[in-house]
Design a protein around this ligand. Structure first.
Ligand code: COS
Length: 398
């Protein structure tokens, strides 16, 4: 029997008291409504989040949401953090993309696998708003992360890194990097040939490519990171030990998958609101199209699926607070992003011909949603992760 945690039950492990957190959420919703959404045309036009908004996001502490308070962050619990990300799923995805490597994958890997000294330095910098990137994917390894080729070779009290990372969010603007590289040429059991390195993105030998042209999510920048004889102090080896990089990446991905699931939920909610508004305003055959049952079916299916994703979000977060919740993080990411794809598709359909025009939000939301089913692990990778866990549990129990 599944022990579903619903929003009406208190969640374990929350670190900011609920009243303060609710006040913060109210403030954030106002910021989204009054600052982030009105600036969307500027973000889309310039293909970047303007500096004045980045400064406001930093001032609000958005880069340190998950960092412990003693290191300059807000110390939010998983559930609180993911609720923030759901809100940030409403405005253009560029905002979440810019801050969520700091608050998600970068800080998760450091919190779970960094030494106290590394945490003090790098989490503090991330919380202060130095933008971070996370380098796992490469030209020849995406889903098959353990096959990455970037090499790290020990040379005295340094490692020398060479390789290329691909589709790296924030690469053109990042100051901090967590880069996965091979410390053994041959594969080792449990992928212990991979280590993780903390790097300054302006170190000699580190180059970010120019931003890739994407289908959607304008302002969320991705690019290659090229590493040529980059000398990294051995003190920057995550956890001070070789072979911990794959584990760090997978743990970070659990957090990243909750974040993408929540962002997709927020985007689906916004899309549905857009569809609902259009359906009540647009008239056909002399009445609002919302009166027609076939339109209502699309609205109702969308609402029910959003509700299902929301329940999964609460439950997956509560489980992640208690310990490893790989299956639930993957299941939530898979369901929520696929659900979001169906919702934005219906919302375009509700708009009819207008839904195909760039001047309506429906068209942009449709394009923005598409990558959620791909990054932080495709739907097909989530299926593999879920099935692997199920089969293991079944064998262990039989
Ligand atoms: N939490 C903690 N430990 C984990 C873990 C997790 N989520 N995932 C893996 N591990 C550890 C475990 O110790 C595991 O061994 P056991 O399962 O025997 O305990 C070990 O790492 C090896 O894991 P696994 O056997 O699952 O490795 P695989 O090479 O089979 O991994 C997949 C395969 C496809 C699951 C992995 O490569 C993956 O997630 N790829 C997708 C990467 C991705 O999402 N990329 C896109 C975005 S990058 S920003």
């Amino acid at each position: 029997m599944l022990d579903i945690v619903t929003p009406t039950r208190p969640l374990p492990g929350t670190s900011m008291d609920e009243e303060t957190f609710e006040a913060f959420l109210d403030q954030l919703r106002r910021f989204i409504r009054e600052r982030l959404i009105p600036a969307e045309p500027e973000v889309i036009e310039a293909n970047r989040v303007p500096q004045w908004l980045l400064d406001e996001m930093r001032d609000m502490g958005l880069f340190g949401l998950t960092t412990p308070e003693e290191l300059g962050g807000a110390g939010l619990s998983v559930s609180q953090y993911i609720r923030v990300i759901r809100e940030l799923g409403w405005p253009a995805p560029a905002y979440r993309a810019t801050l969520s490597i700091n608050t998600g994958m970068f800080s998760t890997a450091l919190t779970k696998g960094g030494t106290p000294e590394q945490q003090r330095e790098w989490l503090t910098r991330a919380a202060a708003g130095e933008i971070a990137c996370f380098g796992l994917t490469e030209p020849d390894s995406g889903s098959d992360s353990a096959a990455l080729k970037t090499r790290a070779v020990r040379d005295g009290d340094h490692y020398v890194l060479n390789g290329t990372k691909r589709y790296i969010t924030n690469a053109p603007i990042a100051k901090l990097g967590l880069i996965m590289a091979r410390t053994h040429a041959e594969p080792l059991p449990k992928n212990a040939h991979i280590s993780a390195f903390l790097i300054d993105m302006d170190a000699p030998g580190v180059t970010a490519g120019s931003p890739d042209h994407k289908m959607g999510q304008r302002g969320a920048l991705i690019a290659d990171v090229i590493l040529e004889d980059v000398r990294v102090p051995a003190a920057n080896l995550l956890g001070g030990e070789e072979g911990k990089g794959f584990l760090a990446a997978m743990q970070a991905l659990d957090s990243g998958r909750l974040s993408v699931g929540a962002a997709a939920l927020g985007l689906a909610e916004r899309a549905l609101e857009t569809g609902l508004r259009y359906a009540t305003e647009r008239k056909a055959f002399g009445e609002p199209i919302a009166n027609f049952q076939l339109i209502q079916a699309m609205l109702a299916d969308s609402r029910a699926e959003i509700y299902a994703a929301e329940c999964m979000m609460w439950d997956a977060c509560a489980r992640a607070e208690r310990g490893r919740a790989t299956l639930e993080c993957s299941a939530f990411k898979m369901f929520s992003t696929e659900m979001c794809g169906r919702v934005v598709d219906r919302v375009v359909q509700i708009h009819g011909g207008a839904g195909y025009l760039a001047e309506y939000d429906a068209e942009r939301l449709f394009r923005d949603a598409r990558v959620y089913r791909i990054y932080e692990g495709t739907t097909q990778i989530q299926q593999l992760v879920i099935a692997k866990q199920m089969l293991r549990d079944f064998v262990a129990g039989s």
